[in-house]
Design a protein around this ligand. Sequence first.
Ligand code: PLP
Length: 358
Amino acid sequence: MSSITELATERVKQLTPYLSARRIGGKGHNFLNANEAPKSATFLMKSITLNRYPECQPPEVIEAYADYSGVAEENILVSRGSDESIGLLVRTFCEPGRDAILISTPTYGMYSISADTAGVKTVDVPPADDFQPDVEAIRNTVENNPEKIKVIFICSPNNPTGNVVDDDKLVQILDFTRGRCLVVVDEAYIEFCPEKSKVKLMKDYDHLVITRTLSKAFALAGIRCGFTLADQEVIKLMLKVIDPYPIADPVAQIAVQALSTHGIAIMKERVAELIERRDRFVEEVRKLDYVQEVFYENANYILIRFRDGEGLFKACADKGIILRDFHTKTRLQNCVRVTIGSEEEMNEVLSVFHSIKQ
Ligand SMILES: *Cc1c(COP(=O)(O)O)cnc(C)c1O
């Protein structure tokens, strides 16, 4: 080990960096591995205030998100993507070495990465057969786990399976966690099924936290802008931990335009188009005899179980189509996740699928 590496903390030496779709990369031209929108909208930018530090919480962004979400301004925090929000929640509520977060895999990878980075343990309570949370097992863990569970992460729609948590399951969890831990519902894809948002439960449960992002339906993964919707006390605590200038001025300018009446109309058109394309894609995929299972359709991606998932992933990669392979993940043997891209991109995927024999 080099002397510089020796200087790092034990915790950092043990870490493995998050393997994002971008880092895994792959040589290709058709990238359907990160649930991004197929193309960017255009925005205007003015440069007259770039000499000044931005506000920590640009008021015009908070106001725009309040209008869009129907949540009051004092219950909203804006951050560098919702990934930053996940990290802030862990660092604000979990004592390193003593507390833990609870997740149900398969789910989004950042929860445990954020916990690892903060020296906080991750406890995994596998979901039921239908990928709904196993409420009794979660209750048992919250009551008996040696490290105190402080934050439960529930991804809805879940990445990568696509299912949405049932209201009654979530309510049961909220009922026995009151005063004990936060329940965070990650709604990164909620614009694809807005009627399934859990915002309506916030008024009854002050420990329910919802995270959102402009990265998916708003097609703005490149600007890094996400939101936390929570009780004012939660927001105030997170504001103690967040960096002083997390939102760059150009990011704020673009976010305000994306959240304008016009911006929201464009987002809704994009969502309608992607949903229609997804449904047609799924219909075609179901006809293939080597497709064994198509998971839940609630977002801009679809998880599919093939006879030979790894083989299919490689056959696509050879043609420059980069999908996301989940074959090493528990319960997801032979599963590949496909982001819904443009019409041309999806036609190319289908033509490769049609040429494969399994
Ligand atoms: C993409 C994604 C995010 C990350 O959102 P950013 O705002 O880009 O950080 C969060 N949660 C889930 C489930 C995601 O798939």
